[in-house]
Design a binder for this molecule. Structure first.
Ligand SMILES: N[C@@H](CCC(=O)N[C@@H](CS)C(=O)NCC(=O)O)C(=O)O
Length: 236
């Protein structure tokens, strides 16, 4: 039995969970990993991030790698293209979701709770997100799906990316960036009605509420301080 180490608020994990739900895979269990954020987790998983697919003790990191692996071992229903060109389109849009949107959003997120905001960083990464949404507007499907008129790996990458854009950027005073791109805005309104997208968005929102509560009570800062101290004390 395979396990996916995952967390509600992890957008990269949500990308793989959406694929698992859409493909109807039932023999992968979802787990929050032990020691996440602590030195022991990085000892066992050198990249130190989730998702990780545990295949009988063989650990596979990186959402895109896991997604492609799952397509190889569970080819039906396919979430890639019917032709090599379609698959290349799907991968292009998935990369926009991953590298051009999610990665910048992920680096921006801590600025929403920083005691002193690094405005240079916000301008740089926020500016990249604004620019990359414009690029996405030119690539994205106009029929409610990212590519090819059906649910693909491109949607799995875009749904968590747009969740982050919608929920994190306003807290940094960068507003209305989805609505400024009509094709992205139309896609975003429609894809949220897809049951698999809806399911991961429910999980992401649940994770966000939990995180906000931890921040509100001060527990999150304490957890971060404990992790920072453990990393400082860990052997180099
Ligand atoms: N490129 C990685 C990124 C994964 C990633 O950044 N995961 C976040 C959660 S969404 C994480 O584990 N962060 C922990 C950390 O930065 O220490 C992927 O595609 O899987």
């Amino acid at each position: 039995m395979m396990k996916l180490y995952s967390g509600d608020l992890s957008p990269y994990s949500a990308r793989v969970r959406m694929q698992i739900y859409a493909k109807g895979i039932t023999d992968i269990t979802l787990e929050r990993p032990a020691h996440f954020g602590m030195p022991k987790f990085r000892e066992d998983h050198p990249i130190g991030r989730i998702p990780v697919l545990n295949i009988d003790g063989d650990m596979m990191p990186e959402s895109e790698v896991i997604a492609e692996y799952l397509e190889d071992i569970y080819p039906e229903p396919s979430m890639l293209g019917a032709t090599p060109r379609e698959t290349a389109r799907i991968r292009t849009v998935a990369r926009i979701g991953d590298i051009y949107l999610m990665n910048n959003m992920f680096m921006l997120s801590p600025q929403t709770r920083a005691a002193v905001r690094n405005q240079g960083l916000v301008d740089l990464l926020g500016g990249q997100v604004v620019r990359n949404l414009k690029a996405l507007d030119a690539f994205i499907g106009k029929d409610g799906f990212a590519c090819c008129g059906r649910l693909t790996l491109a949607d799995c990458a875009l749904v968590p990316a747009l969740f982050l854009v919608e929920n994190v950027l306003p807290a940094l005073s960068i507003k209305d960036v989805i609505i400024a791109n009509p094709n992205v805005a139309a896609y975003w309104a429609q894809i949220q009605r897809n049951p698999h997208a809806h399911r991961v968005l429910t999980e992401l929102h649940r994770g966000l509420e939990e995180r906000r509560e931890l921040i509100r009570t001060g527990a999150f800062d304490k957890m971060m301080a404990v992790a920072a101290a453990a990393h400082a004390a860990a052997p180099a």
